[in-house]
Design a protein around this ligand. Structure first.
Ligand SMILES: CC(C)(COP(=O)(O)OP(=O)(O)OC[C@H]1O[C@@H](n2cnc3c(N)ncnc32)[C@H](O)[C@@H]1OP(=O)(O)O)[C@@H](O)C(=O)NCCC(=O)NCCS
Length: 172
């Protein structure tokens, strides 16, 4: 299991604070949204949206640290917990050993290793939380996320609603 709060260093030498947070309300989601370009929002939510629906908001704010885990990264010393990015995984209701993950890195901090660190932390956390399979959906055009999955040995496992699905079977 991860410590709730600790420091780490990106590959470019930037010191960061990592936190596993217990709540992220509507304001917190709006804050995440505000740091994403239209292109990044599209890559994350698979459509051109500027506002989340009430059901999406409920889904994204229902954090309990067991079934829905949220990990944030900020620059060391900065207050905004998810200033650089955040990653989450959510257990499937019908299959508790499987969880779906998603990562968003603020546009100004992309390609600096934040996504890599978030993915590695999500994998580590999931291993200690009885998750056996981590899965994620990614658009075919999302080269950075496809590369991230490839580098971490996720395998293409099918297509749902036109979206390629990737999964990683976790070793204990
Ligand atoms: C996809 C995303 C999470 C990647 O995060 P990131 O912090 O930019 O990724 P990293 O810096 O850790 O890069 C990981 C690898 O991806 C590749 N990569 C990153 N940005 C890239 C780009 N713009 N073009 C091509 N490859 C890229 C590189 O291979 C990189 O490894 P390298 O730095 O050793 O070359 C980030 O771009 C993002 O939040 N995008 C918008 C939301 C989204 O698409 N989320 C994924 C849906 S779940």
């Amino acid at each position: 299991m991860l410590e709730p709060k600790f420091t780490n260093r990106l590959k470019n030498g930037t010191d960061v604070t990592v936190q596993t947070i217990n709540s992220c309300d509507e304001k917190c989601i709006a804050n995440e949204f505000s740091k994403l370009s239209d292109q990044s929002k599209y890559m994350r939510f698979f459509s051109s949206i500027n506002k989340l629906s009430p059901s999406q908001l409920k889904y994204l704010t229902d954090i309990d640290n067991v079934n829905h885990v949220l990990i944030t990264i900020s620059k060391l010393g900065e207050d905004d917990q998810s200033g650089m990015g955040l990653g989450r995984y959510i257990r499937l209701k019908e299959q508790h050993h499987i969880a779906e993950l998603a990562i968003t890195v603020a546009d100004r901090y992309q390609h600096q290793g934040v996504g890599t660190l978030l993915l590695e932390l999500l994998i580590e956390h999931a291993k200690g939380n009885s998750i056996e399979v981590l899965q994620g959906y990614v658009l075919k055009s999302n080269m950075p996320m496809l590369k991230l999955f490839e580098l971490h040995h996720f395998k293409h496992s099918g297509t749902e609603d036109g979206l390629p699905k990737y999964e990683l079977h976790l070793e204990r």
